[in-house]
Design a protein around this ligand. Sequence first.
Ligand SMILES: Cc1ncc(C[n+]2csc(CCOP(=O)(O)OP(=O)(O)O)c2C)c(N)n1
Ligand SMILES: [Mg+2]
Length: 580
Amino acid sequence: MAEAAVKRQPETTTAEHDLTDGFHLVIDALKLNGIETIYGVPGIPITDLGRMAQAEGIRVISFRHEQNAGNAAAIAGFLTKKPGVCLTVSAPGFLNGLTALANATTNCFPMILISGSSEREIVDLQQGDYEEMDQLAIARPLCKAAFRVLHAADIGIGVARAIRAAVSGRPGGVYLDLPAKLLSQVMDAQAGAKSLVKVVDPAPAQIPAPAAVKRALDLLRSAKRPLIILGKGAAYAQADDAIRALVEKTGIPFLPMSMAKGLLPDTHPQCAAAARSTVLKDADVVMLIGARLNWLLSHGKGKTWGESGSKKFIQIDIEPKEMDSNVEIAAPLVGDIGSCVSALLEGIDGKWPALPADWLGAVKAKTEENIAKMAPRLMKNSAPMDFHSALGALRTVIKQRPDAILVNEGANTLDLARSVINMYQPRKRLDVGTWGVMGIGMGFAIAAAVETRKPVLAVEGDSAFGFSGMEVETVCRYNLPVCTVIFNNNGIYRGTNVNPTGGADPATTVFVKGARYDKMMEAFGGVGVNVTTPDELSCAVNAAMDSGKPTLINAVIDPAAGTESGRMGSLNPQSVVRQK
Ligand SMILES: Cc1ncc(C[n+]2csc(CCOP(=O)(O)OP(=O)(O)O)c2C)c(N)n1
Ligand SMILES: [Mg+2]
């Protein structure tokens, strides 16, 4: 269509400045909708798109691998409530970005993966084009929505649809397919400008029904042992003040899921994180705010939940299909979290009943007991360090720098950091999320630094780090204030496993002994430090945070200190034959 329009114009009267093209329309459409950053990897057919975007004032962060660029875009979406954009080349680059897109969708992070693609005519006849792949069909089942734009005049609408799909309702990943030919398509500049769409109210508030609010309040009021569980949806909503008011006005103990830590400080008197098993087992009414009853909450049933079957759930979620996904939800409250929590607050007045003292007392006693049990383990100044002593040092760093962003992945490194390191502010803890996926580390750290301009502390298992480790070059190239600490225990879970055959190959879970990841950082001009004690660790991290220089600290951890799969060993299937 656009090509035909151009042909109709006599060449002699068409000055170049009266024309626009696909490249510029994509850039203009993104800018019009407030997209300030693109995360990607260049190559055919999108190299010039990246260059031109940079020239037009969009910040373009080039990565070494698309998965990391995709993870960066996804977490940018989580942090800003605007879709994070990842730009990749066709087939292999697209596939590399797809894991991040699927992960974003699973975690409800708004993200748009924009990939260049090959010629439709050749792809559809399977005639073997350069990087031939039917990308749209492949992306579709892995994301919330997938679109392809074929005409320059439709770029505005295509980008608008992608943005709205990513952020409205339950947020998620969106795929936008841009064939190479589209980018060089030409159209009249004025018509092009008119074709762009600024998305009005991209994530409309969804107000809960008054009857549903009343049902939830009635149930909550009747509870003897209530509990509030905050999920990362609650963190995403940026309804921090309302959520805090709800928790404090009702006096109900709260349990933060991993990425909801800090929504209220972990040191808040109502925080029941250290008494998790007690509150899940003994609560009679549980209100879920932006948290799903998936595997992370044992599906809302079984031993973890006390098995009595008498527990009642109130669930706040924007997605109606979430209700009754695993167990009966007695009071479903469908709407956006800000609107739902505000509606609940309106129904909570001075007559809200005081909670039974025995429940609050039981939660407090268990919390204090567990915190006291852990305390001495955090204070050991031994070499080599174990997880607790190293984490004790990092816990103090975050306490002193509560606005720093903590990125965390690994097995033991993740599970123990989650319980040891207290968070004090919302959206400061970014981790492996719903899938427990390894590889988010450097992508998340880079986007966190870019989007928030706050210092970032990435606490990484040595295996976890390997999935995105090459991006330390990206950290150095953009001179980002990211301090990466590698918990180096020589392997996955532990560094002590041996090959059961006694053969020369190492065990499947161990790495090179005594590896020096800090040297990697030096190769790119960053600061590399090797530490063996908690004191050295704290000194090195504080220096990095003070200087803002890209830093990587190789923290030597006792290879025997970890346990299989961290705290999730029970999920491993068992072999009958092996046990004989
Ligand atoms: C993409 C992906 N691949 C593999 C896994 C399986 N896995 C879970 S934790 C982990 C690494 C754990 O080792 P490390 O990061 O060194 O942590 P440690 O327990 O040693 O502290 C792996 C490979 C995963 N979760 N995600
Ligand atoms: Mg390890």
